[in-house]
Design a protein around this ligand. Structure first.
Ligand code: SF4
Length: 425
């Protein structure tokens, strides 16, 4: 009987026929359960819709919705100002996805003035994803020279290769897909999505955090990922229906030029002054609230500019860690006096017969978490004999065109090159 029932049920599912009937009491129970399930489904769907509509506000206790409502006129005022006052910058004239990505990566933690020249040089030499994907790493690092934070250049290179391989050389117009590319985080994906593709995604950098903290007189600490998410929710709530890219850039531009990171903000020329709570309260310069930065770890180095016949010795740094893959003059750990430099070079196999030692003084270089305090020596060798293959002797011209050298050494290279002789031919 049980087997027959299962057989009938299967037959009903297939044919839709009522070959098998449940007793009336069970039928009623089943119908009741079905009605209950359906109404539960529709309640959940309704709840999901409501959550979707109000989630940003609810997640921040209504703060996003309230502020978005208060700042209703912000986008229009900001766009009008941006159209009149935006700086003319090379990546803005032709914002292709490639140029937007290159400029956004270059601009992170780097001044606009420093980026202008490097950007022009980079996109002239490597004008699209295909060219960048085909370039070798040394060429990419050389074109990046002077901007620092070389991991960005390596990530850009890897991203270009992924774009060439996976997307046929075209950046995907999709935030989630952008986010999967090497080195592209929330900020860069949001900037590229909005500026290059006009999609309504937020790009929250330090400028945007500062502007929002002041506009809303928000005394919350801004360095945490949670603070960035809250700011992104507000930016997306304020995003106009069209011109998303211009809005993204206008917010950043306001932060860079009017609501400035250092010095007094220029509230008298601010297009959104009427909406600014910090300006009303007179506390602009107390905001944003930031966690105090950790002191940098100090490392001492001795930089040796070994010259022979007008050529300077360089060595390549390892593939990992700070300044990975870049070239540098011979560098010893710690601060070494002349006798110690002599001993270290002798241990390396250098022939110091007739060598001349000239002190090049002190220099310092700041990285994000480390400070290098350096002392330098120029050593004029009579012969390259004895020094290992890991040192390459280079002319000034070769260093200019082919060897990416970390800017930490710039002061010494300039000092040493002042006295550089013409290379022996
Ligand atoms: S009014 Fe002043 S503090 Fe407020 S957003 Fe404008 S520049 Fe910044």
């Amino acid at each position: 009987m049980k087997a027959a029932c299962r057989k009938n049920l299967r037959s009903d599912e297939k044919n839709g026929a009522a070959a098998f009937r449940l007793p009336r009491s069970l039928q009623k129970k089943k119908e009741g359960e079905a009605v209950q399930k359906e109404s539960q489904r529709s309640r959940s769907a309704q709840k999901a819709k409501e959550t979707e509509r109000t989630e940003p506000a609810d997640r921040y206790g209504g703060w996003v919705a309230d502020e978005a409502n208060r700042l209703k006129g912000l986008a229009q005022a900001l766009l009008l100002w941006y159209d009149r006052s935006a700086r003319v910058l090379p990546w803005r004239s032709d914002p292709t996805p490639y140029r937007v990505l290159v400029s956004e990566l270059m601009l992170q933690q780097t001044r606009v003035e420093a980026v202008i020249e490097a950007f022009t040089r980079f996109v002239t030499e490597l004008p699209d994803f295909a060219a960048l994907a085909a370039a070798d790493e040394q060429t990419v690092l050389k074109l990046w020279q002077g901007l620092g934070y070389y991991s960005r250049a390596k990530n850009l290179h890897r991203a270009a290769r992924a774009v060439a391989e996976i997307y046929g050389g075209e950046l995907p117009a999709d935030y989630a897909a952008l986010r999967t590319l090497p080195g592209i985080g929330d900020y860069t994906a949001g900037a590229v999505a909005s500026i290059a593709f006009g999609l309504p995604h937020a790009a929250v950098d330090g400028n945007v955090l500062r502007v929002l903290a002041r506009l809303c007189c928000d005394r919350g600490e801004v360095s945490s990922p949670a603070a960035r998410k809250k700011a992104a929710a507000l930016v997306e709530a304020l995003m106009p229906k069209t011109r998303c890219g211009a809005f993204t850039q206008a917010l950043m531009e306001l932060g860079a030029t009017v609501c400035r990171p250092t010095g007094r903000p220029l509230c008298e020329s601010c297009p959104v002054r009427a909406l600014c709570l910090a300006e009303k309260a007179g506390c602009q310069q107390e905001l944003p609230v930031k966690r105090p930065a950790k002191p940098r770890r100090v490392e001492r180095k001795t930089v040796l500019l070994l010259f022979c016949g007008g050529r300077l010795a360089l060595q390549k740094r390892g593939d990992r860690g700070l300044l990975a893959g870049l070239y540098e003059p011979l560098t010893l750990e710690g601060r070494r006096e002349r006798a110690e430099v002599f001993a270290a070079l002798t241990a390396l196999g250098a022939d110091l017969e007739g060598a001349a030692f000239t002190p090049l003084g002190e220099a310092a270089h700041l990285f994000t978490h480390v400070e290098w305090r350096m002392t330098g020596w120029r050593v004029e060798l009579k012969t390259e004999k004895g020094l290992g293959d890991n040192l390459v002797f280079t002319t000034k011209e070769e260093r200019k065109s082919g060897y990416p050298i970390a800017s930490a050494y710039r002061a010494y290279l300039e000092r040493a090159e002042e006295g550089e002789e013409a290379p022996a031919t």
